[in-house]
Structures are given as C-alpha cells and as structure tokens.
Write a protein that binds this ligand. Structure first.
Ligand SMILES: [Zn+2]
Length: 47
C-alpha cells in the first residue's frame, strides 16, 4: 500500500500491466510494448 501514488491507475495500453515509471505512463505503454507499437507504426507509415 506504499506505492499507490499517481501511478495507481496507469496501465499499459497493450498488455494492460501496471506502469511504474513516468516515461512509460506518459507513453501509455511499457518499454517492451512501446517498441512493438513503434515498429507497427513504422510499418504502417511506410506504404
Ligand atoms: Zn505492455
């Protein structure tokens, strides 16, 4: 019950895990999922 700060409800938009660091929360994805999301965006942008 000590870690319930602002990150309480922040979850990854891809795997739904809780996000703990500010950067991930800002992105809305955990580090690994963020890589995947970026890969997918790259592929889509390159038609
Ligand atoms: Zn994730």
């Amino acid at each position: 019950m000590e870690n319930e700060l602002w990150s309480d409800e922040a979850t990854c938009g891809r795997c739904n895990r809780k996000l703990k660091d500010a950067l991930s929360i800002e992105r809305g994805y955990g580090p690994r999922c963020w890589e995947k999301v970026r890969e997918e965006q790259d592929q889509e942008g390159e038609s």
